[in-house]
Design a binder for this molecule. Structure first.
Ligand SMILES: [Ca+2]
Ligand SMILES: [Ca+2]
Length: 489
């Protein structure tokens, strides 16, 4: 009896258990279809754990990377112009706790490690006046540390208060940002950026900045003895009084790669290098770039190289620039070499003009320096006095695989439609083509001076036009074409 009672109790318990389990079982089978069974829950939890671990790893990696880089990052979250509340506390915060561009710069300068400042595709206007101040508290944003500004499509408008950035040592890397409205104090250079340090520009637009007053140079950028590297960038409609409508380099190193210099201007004192001007013993390279429709009041509508400078222009187009100097050694509509070394290769120099009263060298003017041009088209340029394509004033000029075509001079007096040599210089032309050039007076193609030496080999010279010496004219010097002397007069 005891045993049967026990069996009954066991049976009842079993039935109860089954009754309790069955809905759970039914429910469970539905959940299986939905993928929610206990195993699935385990799997889901495991996946979530994996995701969390992965997120943590990513965060950790990011932190490690930042620690390795030693970089601070500041995300600017307001467009207005305010100073940092507590410079040096490592936080980008103004008095209301917001991170402005200026506060980020001040905090970056105070940091011992490089900093990255992130902007958004908005307009950040400078509104705190006070040019001449160099602590980033007023006027321009002074850079003394190592700072990256990732613009992400932002525009920084200096709004005529000052320039945007002043790099006083240290380094500034700008990317994906437009700088406009820069206007430093009269007589100062660098309309958008002045730099004595290292300045890197990538996908940057410098538009409508200006420097005014005596000696003011570099409408967009003044590289004052530092390093400037610009790539995939554009400088347009900037102006300078003295030199360098877009860029003035004073010695230092300047490299442009895939840069557009367009519609920049210099003038009137003296007004050299409408696009770019180099002062002193610096080095400039211009590669895969476009220099168009810039103007200079005096010399070098596009690019101007100094007496001790080295300028190397490769695979670039220098087109439609104008230099308006009125003297015989002024002009150089596209390029002007004031005695240094200028090399031009693999590109074109087209449609430039030296339009001053006695302006010379519509395409290029080499003033007592060394000019080496190779694999380049020099076409459709014009000069008032001489050298529609190229004017050489003494110095050394070498052309190899150059096409001098459709250049012209006139009317004052209009000699050397393709190329003209003034004084005791040396010109060699090899493996080239001189066609369709025109001179108002003498030497439609090539004109050699009374004291010059011109040596031409393996070159086609035809279909040029001039009243005297349609293809070639020799004013008394040594002029040989494939070894044959060109008669004088
Ligand atoms: Ca400053
Ligand atoms: Ca300042």
């Amino acid at each position: 009896m005891r045993r049967s009672t026990r069996s009954l109790a066991l049976l009842a318990a079993a039935v109860l258990t089954l009754a309790m389990m069955s809905p759970a079982l039914a429910h469970s089978s539905q959940d299986d279809r939905r993928g929610g069974g206990p195993q699935q829950e385990d799997r889901r939890a495991e996946a979530e754990r994996d995701r969390r671990d992965s997120r943590n790893r990513t965060d950790r990696d990011r932190r490690d990377r930042r620690a390795r880089d030693g970089r601070l990052a500041f995300a600017v979250n307001v467009t207005h112009d305010t100073v940092a509340a507590n410079i040096g506390d490592g936080k980008c915060a103004d008095a209301s706790g917001q991170c402005s561009l200026r506060a980020a710069v001040q905090e970056s300068n105070a940091a011992s490690s490089p900093a990255v400042i992130k902007l958004d595709a908005k307009v950040y206007q400078l509104t705190i006046a006070g040019a001449g101040e160099n602590e980033a508290a007023r006027g321009d944003l002074d850079i003394t540390g190592d700072v990256v500004v990732d613009g992400r499509g932002a525009t920084i408008d200096a709004a005529g208060l000052d320039r945007a950035f002043d790099v006083q040592g240290g380094s500034l890397w700008l990317q994906k940002v437009t700088l406009t409205g820069g206007a430093p104090s009269a007589g100062e250079g660098g309309g958008a950026v002045r730099s004595t340090g290292t300045l890197s520009l990538k996908r940057v637009h410098l538009t409508a900045n200006a420097v005014t007053g005596d000696g003011a140079s570099g409408g967009a950028v003044l590289n004052d003895g530092g390093v400037l590297h610009a790539e995939h960038s554009e400088m347009r409609n900037n102006t300078a009084i003295r030199a360098g409508g877009a860029i003035e380099a004073v010695a230092g190193t300047t490299n442009l790669d895939r840069v557009v210099l367009a519609e920049n201007h210099t003038g009137p004192a003296p007004g050299n290098g409408g696009g770019l001007h180099l002062t002193g013993a610096g080095a400039v390279t211009v590669t895969n770039s476009v220099v168009v429709r810039n103007t200079a009041t005096a010399e070098g509508g596009g690019l101007w190289n100094s007496a001790t400078g080295t300028m190397d222009v490769r695979h670039s187009r220098v087109n439609g620039n104008v230099a308006s100097g009125g003297d015989a050694d002024q002009g150089g509509g596209g390029l002007y070499n004031d005695g240094g070394l200028l090399t031009v290769s693999g590109g074109q120099v087209k449609g430039n003009a030296a339009d001053g009263a006695a302006g010379s060298g519509g395409g290029i003017l080499n003033n007592e320096g060394t000019l080496v041009v190779s694999s380049t088209v020099i076409a459709g340029n014009s000069a008032k006095r001489a050298g529609g394509g190229i004017e050489a004033v003494a110095g050394t000029t070498e052309l190899d695989r150059v096409r001098l075509a459709g250049n012209n001079t006139g009317p004052a007096p209009g000699n050397g439609g393709g190329l003209h040599l003034t004084g005791a210089g040396a010109v060699t032309v090899t493996n080239s083509v001189v066609v369709g050039n025109t001179a108002t007076a003498e030497g439609g193609g090539l004109w050699n001076s009374a004291t010059g030496t011109m040596t031409v080999t393996h070159t086609v010279i035809r279909n040029n036009h001039a009243p005297e010496g349609p293809d070639v004219y020799n004013d008394g010097g040594t002029f040989l074409v494939d070894g044959e002397p060109v008669p004088v007069g």
